[in-house]
Design a protein around this ligand. Structure first.
Ligand code: ADP
Ligand code: MG
Length: 263
């Protein structure tokens, strides 16, 4: 199937957002193909989280459009966008510390299913992310990685069509990470569309069908992982500021990037 035949689920057109003098997102356009995993990468502060905030209504854009299912979502409130089938996780988790794992799962608003079904779904999802043994534990007592997994599971409660993940792997240990990656793959098999911001290059390169790269609020490259790994502009933006002592850029697929792009 050629790319031209791909269905587009969401299109960002010329999105803009400034904070004081900082142009966090400075005229960013991209399309998200349906049923694929798209990666959004870029150095720390390049505008990735702000882009997610613009797509999900947490931040109102200064300009531009977010076209989803034929309508412009720009400027809608988060709950309005959420109801249209877009959900997300946060770079800094928003797990309720005083609620149990199960209660956190059920705290999602706008569940259009009976309580019994919601509880069943919650239990299933908790098992999927391997938190079953902690279902009665308070959110505040989970490790950081477990909170990330809980937030991921909670994002799936409404069975969304489009899932935006902001650094879901950060702080998650290797075993749990593998479960998380398996589950993201499974979501794609179910026909879900996923956009993931992640600084772990191994995760990004192995997971994504397509990658967008941001720097200083603009998209500087996009393409399949293999192309992005070789793209000079990306290497310059992404690694240029952190060259090794010998001047060489670390390999995106290796351990080099480390925490570049985190935060
Ligand atoms: P990333 O997620 O790629 O690391 P962000 O979108 O968080 O980048 O930030 C992009 C730029 O916008 C940074 O310079 C950041 O400091 C700035 N920024 C983000 N959110 C705010 C805010 N609420 N107020 C002021 N500046 C912000
Ligand atoms: Mg961020």
């Amino acid at each position: 199937m050629g790319e031209a035949a791909e269905r587009i689920v969401l299109e960002a057109r010329d999105l803009r957002k400034s904070f004081g003098g900082v142009r966090a997102v400075d005229g960013c356009s991209f399309v998200v193909p349906a049923g694929r995993i798209s990666g959004l990468i870029g150095p720390n502060g390049s505008g990735k989280t702000t882009t997610f905030n613009l797509l999900t209504g947490l931040t109102a854009p200064d300009g531009g459009q977010v076209i989803y299912k034929g309508a412009n979502l720009a400027g809608l409130k988060p709950h309005e966008i959420f109801r249209k089938g877009i959900t997300r996780t946060f770079q800094i988790t928003r797990v309720f510390r005083e609620m149990t794992v199960l209660e956190n799962m059920l705290s999602v608003t706008g569940l259009a299913v009976p309580d019994r079904v919601a509880r069943e779904r919650a239990a299933e999802l908790i098992e999927l992310v391997n938190l079953g043994h902690l279902r009665a534990e308070y959110g505040g007592r989970l490790s950081y990685g477990q909170q990330k997994l809980l937030e991921f599971a909670r994002a799936l409660m409404t069975d969304p069509d489009l899932i935006l993940l902001d650094e879901p792997a950060a702080g998650v240990n290797r075993t749990l990470l593998q479960h998380l990656l398996d589950h993201i793959h499974r979501l794609r098999e179910q026909g879900k569309t996923i956009v993931i911001v992640e600084h772990d290059m191994n995760v990004i390169m192995n997971l994504c069908d397509r990658i967008f790269v941001m720097d200083y609020g603009v998209k500087i490259a996009e393409g399949p992982p293999a192309d992005i790994q070789r793209n000079d502009r990306v290497l310059e933006a992404y690694f240029g500021r952190r060259r090794r002592p010998d001047g060489s850029a670390p390999e995106p697929g290796g351990h080099g990037p480390g925490s570049v792009g985190a935060g």
